[in-house]
Design a protein around this ligand. Structure first.
Ligand code: FDA
Length: 310
């Protein structure tokens, strides 16, 4: 119920307009969001890199409503790639196609993502297409397979979500094409017709997808903070002789930093997803919905910092 309320609030633009310039709300967000500018985000990545952690930078912003916004998102991604390159950061980028106009103008979306991929190719880096709710799954995979992957096979990858009933088929699809996949559980509220309502089925499906990708996929990204699944991944890798260079773990900025560093100490690869930008409100609400205890956790930290005068 609380989760549903937070997800509902994540769509309320008026609330965001209200909190956007509120210092306290920004402090709340700073636990999970690396500031509002390319410079603050790159600083956060530099800190991660010092700890042996790579990053994927995400310019926050979802479905744009006009061509001007889509072009502006595209322009900012190009600037971001330039800055990553200039500062020699170990980072790639994650992109939501709706932020490039997928819902309003297919041709423009393709023009923007191609420009981003061309720049990524120039710098020999990588672009991950984030996955949004299930109504986008087939469209995104078709767009990827038909319009992007043939020309940029080394530089672009997709995301699959274990919450969806279709996902093991999609895993096989990706293995046949040897395209790079990030596997996650899925952050969106989905109907039971397309997704498993029961968390234990989502988790079991994650493990099946993960094992297939680790054994037969191409450099999968295993995106989770679930300790049971992480232990299963390292056990499986050792049992099957899958070296640490064949996959990477991925976690979200500010989430389970203890585990991020522990896995790196043990010799595994870790990439942290670093969101930034002015549109941080829906992202923050989804993170709080995933773990309502975060509301108390962040409140406690903000109060502590205020009391210590920081
Ligand atoms: P689960 O939700 O079961 O949590 C397991 C444990 O992790 C919790 O008990 C808690 O300890 C910790 N934890 C999880 N979330 C936390 C939080 N917010 N704060 C504190 N602790 C937390 N989704 C999507 O639909 N499309 C996408 O493209 C992506 N991309 C993506 C990239 C990366 C790098 C990550 C890590 C995640 C995504 N996601 C995503 C989000 C993903 O689908 C999922 O919602 C979250 O990762 C939470 O699921 P877990 O696998 O961590 O497990």
């Amino acid at each position: 119920m609380f989760r549903k309320s937070l997800l509902y609030l994540s769509h309320q633009k008026q609330i965001f307009n209200f909190v956007r310039h509120n210092g306290l709300a920004k402090k709340f967000a700073s636990r999970f969001v690396a500031g509002e500018t390319i410079a603050t985000a790159c600083d956060a990545v530099a800190d991660l890199n010092k700890k042996g952690i790579t990053a994927s930078l995400d310019l926050l912003g979802e479905a744009v409503t006009n061509d001007v916004e889509a072009r502006e998102t595209g322009r900012q991604y190009l600037e971001l790639l330039d800055e990553i390159h200039r500062r020699k950061l170990d980072a790639n980028v994650s992109v939501k196609l709706t932020a490039l106009g997928q819902d309003i103008n297919d041709a423009l979306c393709e023009e923007m993502i191609r420009a981003i991929l061309t720049r990524a190719k120039q710098y020999a880096t990588f672009v991950r297409l984030d996955m949004e709710s299930s109504e986008y799954t087939q469209r995104t995979l078709d767009f990827f397979e038909q319009r992007l992957y043939p020309e940029f096979p080394e530089y672009v990858g997709v995301v699959l979500q274990s919450a969806l009933r279709r996902t093991l088929d999609d895993v096989e699809w990706s293995i046949q094409r040897q395209c790079r996949v990030r596997i996650c559980k899925g952050a969106y509220l989905e109907p039971a017709t397309v997704a498993y309502p029961d968390k234990k089925d989502v988790d079991a499906n994650y493990v099946s997808a993960m094992q297939r990708l680790m054994e037969r996929g191409r450099y999968p990204g295993l995106a989770t903070h679930d300790e049971t699944i992480l232990n299963e991944a390292t056990r499986f890798a050792k049992a099957k002789g899958i070296g640490a260079e064949r996959f990477e773990f991925q976690m979200l900025y500010g989430v389970r930093r203890d585990l991020q560093e522990k896995l790196v100490r043990e010799g595994w690869r870790m990439r942290v997803y670093v969101p930034f930008g002015t549109q941080w409100y829906p992202y923050l609400m989804r993170r709080l919905a995933e773990r309502p205890a975060n509301v108390a956790f962040i409140t406690g930290n903000v109060v502590k910092e205020m009391l210590s005068g920081r």
